[in-house]
Design a protein around this ligand. Structure first.
Ligand SMILES: Nc1ncnc2c1ncn2[C@@H]1O[C@H](COP(=O)(O)OP(=O)(O)O)[C@@H](O)[C@H]1O
Ligand SMILES: [Mg+2]
Length: 247
């Protein structure tokens, strides 16, 4: 049973933009049954909105990072709060934990800058550097720094990740899946991940929630459009391209 076992909120009727997100507007009773949960759905279907709400309720900075990055520094997004967070109820089994991390793909560069700055300024900067794999994040490639973060910083905790595949080659997606597997098997970590990656969605034993006009419903990786369309496309790219270009 994952530590964060349930996420719920009542129907939204306040006229805010949340009411226009059809997957979420009728409220939510989401059970997190496995240590790895994926959110999948079209662009604009509400995945990031829900992830940010959960991240804020967990006490993580919405700019990406862990509780320390939120509480001890000026790192937090000034004036930015998740409008959903205040409505959310989280259920913890057996009790709340504070460790973990929120990361969105588009803020990873800023996060890397921040860590590099900390390394430059802190008296014990070398300790931070060690924690992040022994090299400054900007001196590593985007994908390398991403994986070094996963390998060196992920331990006990809740990891909320928004489209982590953006930084990763297919080979590194596999490496990332093995990092998830190691942490998950030791029973120490829980992952909630929004993704468009058909490879990542195949992670064994994960729960997948589809966001669309019907709400947020459980599905299987074979039934996601991401998997089916990518598979069909890769079986015969020429046929798709002929159709698209009418040739
Ligand atoms: N601050 C905001 N003000 C108004 N609309 C917003 C705001 N943030 C997000 N939205 C809208 O909410 C919807 C869901 O966005 P989002 O959760 O980012 O979708 P996803 O992550 O699934 O692509 C989108 O239609 C988006 O335009
Ligand atoms: Mg998003």
């Amino acid at each position: 049973m994952p530590v964060l076992s349930r996420v719920s909120f009542p129907p939204i009727q306040d006229g805010s933009y949340l009411q226009n997100i059809t997957s979420l507007s009728n409220g939510l009773q989401l059970t997190l049954k496995t240590n790895v949960t994926f959110f999948v759905g079209e662009n604009g279907s509400g995945k990031s909105t829900l992830l940010e709400g959960i991240a804020e309720q967990c006490g993580f900075s919405l700019r990406g990072g862990n509780r320390n990055h939120n509480l001890n520094t000026g790192y937090r997004f000034e004036g930015y709060e998740s409008p959903l967070a205040q409505r959310l109820s989280l259920a913890w089994t057996p009790k709340r934990i504070n460790e973990g991390f929120f990361m969105r793909a588009e803020s990873f560069f800023n996060f890397a800058s921040y860590i590099d700055e900390m390394i430059g300024e802190a008296k014990d900067g070398y300790k931070v550097l060690e924690a992040y794999g022994g090299r400054k994040l900007h001196e590593q490639s985007h994908g390398e720094s991403f994986l070094s973060l996963f390998n060196n910083q992920f331990d006990n905790g809740i990891y909320i990740l928004d489209e982590p595949e953006a930084a990763l080659s297919p080979a590194r997606i596999l490496a990332f899946m093995s990092v998830i597997y190691d942490l998950e098997q030791s029973g120490r970590a829980q992952f909630i991940i929004a993704t468009h990656s058909p490879m990542l969605l195949c992670y064994p034993g994960a729960t997948i929630y589809q966001f669309d006009d019907n709400g947020v419903k459980e599905t299987t990786y074979e039934d996601t459009e991401h998997f089916a369309l990518t598979k069909s496309f890769l079986n015969n790219p020429e046929a798709y391209l002929r159709h698209l270009t009418n040739q």
